[in-house]
Design a protein around this ligand. Structure first.
Ligand code: SF4
Ligand code: SF4
Length: 89
């Protein structure tokens, strides 16, 4: 199943947790810093399945996940966790 992520690089702190959990090695740490001086995560390939593991582990909730053009994880809820959205039929 095709997936895609969008990382808000300006809010990313470069902790690398998303890199460690991605089963498809889709994410790496950039060699260019963002405006806050952190080296943010970036997408490395198009093998994403949309599993959302990266979005769930991200402490700053800066990853949006799309699965076949549907958003499955985006923005934080009131507890600061990514909001998981059920896929349609
Ligand atoms: S959604 Fe899953 S496969 Fe896609 S980048 Fe995140 S962890 Fe990797
Ligand atoms: S887990 Fe979040 S804050 Fe950490 S590197 Fe990945 S996107 Fe950035």
């Amino acid at each position: 199943m095709a997936g895609k992520i969008i990382i808000n690089v300006e809010r990313c702190k470069g902790c690398g947790l998303c890199v460690t959990v991605c089963p498809k090695n889709c994410i790496e740490i950039s060699d260019k810093s963002n405006k806050n001086g952190y080296f943010p995560a970036r997408v490395t390939n198009s093998d994403c399945t949309g599993c959302a593991a990266c979005a769930i582990i991200c402490p700053d909730v800066v990853i949006e996940v799309f699965r076949e053009n549907k958003v499955v994880a985006a923005k934080s809820n009131k507890k600061g966790k990514p909001k998981l959205i059920k896929e349609g039929a």
